[in-house]
Design a protein around this ligand. Structure first.
Ligand SMILES: O=C(O)C1=N[C@H](C(=O)O)C[C@H](O)C1
Length: 289
């Protein structure tokens, strides 16, 4: 069951461009102290594409240790856009991962039947449940509510991280009729409040590195039916998320964490560029709200 706020951890770097594992560990504990339900390792926010195999292994080890110590679920990102290599990556997952976050096959643009065949093959082979990462503006692949519902009936497909770039008709249709044991986590930070209002059970939100407790309170408010409180909190957090996404993720988030003294450097790796001072200042203002 996927519930609450999962924080897709950034990968902090030292000023000489090494992965700063100590800081990563502290940050993971920090967001859990603030009420996050779980962690996501090796997401887009973690700059996974720019990490070497050794760095990825070290980040995974850190995430597994923290999740174990805190007894919280760890979802690990598994990338790949062909079925064979994605199966191999799933089979190579370490012990300690509760689920794998797997994007809809990107760039190739198979048919929706191809997407179904892909995820069914992964689900049959995977040692852990899958969370489908639906993000058509990055993958170039549409997936309908009917397809997600079909996939959600598979016992090894636990949910979807839904990031369509809007609260679209498919989100409404999907949330109106979810398969048993299949959860929707919002993945577009600025739209988390309406997604929760429609019945999403939580979110995987890079924004929740900041104001984690408030994103947690937002989930709780919608779940307990406190609509007025949820609405006003949601509007405020949408502004924060917009400010944090004013430049490519996670550049602004790193800038703010650096300014708050939580990470040693705001460095990101190319082709990302560090966020500008103006974006960081605006996001700092949005935090105080
Ligand atoms: O890494 C993630 O997981 C997320 N990635 C999204 C992105 O970078 O587009 C944003 C979302 O908050 C979580």
């Amino acid at each position: 069951m996927l519930r609450g706020i999962y924080v897709p951890l950034i990968t902090p770097f030292t000023i000489d461009d090494r992965v700063d594992l100590d800081t990563a560990e502290k940050l993971a504990h920090h967001v859990l102290d603030q009420g996050a339900s779980g962690l996501v390792g090796l997401g887009t926010t973690g700059e996974v594409a720019m990490l070497s195999d050794e760095e990825r292994a070290a980040v995974i080890e850190t995430c597994v240790r923290v999740a174990g110590e805190r007894n919280v679920p760890l979802i690990l990102g598994v990338s790949g856009n062909d079925t064979r290599s994605t199966v191999a990556a799933l089979r190579a997952l370490p012990d300690g991962a509760a689920a794998a976050l797997v994007p809809v096959p990107y760039f190739l643009r198979p048919s929706e039947r191809g997407v179904i065949a892909h995820f069914e093959a992964l689900a049959e082979a995977s040692p852990v449940p899958l969370v489908i990462y639906h993000i058509p503006y990055r993958t170039g692949q549409q997936v309908s509510a009917a397809t997600l519902r079909h996939l959600g009936a598979h016992p090894m497909i636990a949910g979807v991280k839904y990031a369509a770039g809007s609260v679209d008709e498919d989100a409404v249709n999907l949330l109106a009729d979810l398969p048993t044991g299949f959860d929707v986590l919002g993945g577009d930070d600025a739209f988390i409040s309406p997604m929760l209002a429609l019945g999403a059970s939580g979110g995987i939100l890079a924004s929740a590195h900041l104001a984690t407790d408030q994103y947690v309170a937002l989930v709780d408010a919608w779940r307990s039916g406190e609509a007025a409180r949820a609405r006003s909190l949601g509007h405020r957090l949408a502004k924060l998320s917009a400010a944090l996404f004013a430049e490519p993720n996670p550049t602004v988030i790193k800038g703010v964490l650096h300014q708050q003294g939580l990470i040693a450097s705001r460095e990101v790796r190319l082709p990302l560029l560090p966020a500008g001072a103006q974006s960081i200042a605006q996001a700092m203002l949005a935090i105080t709200g």
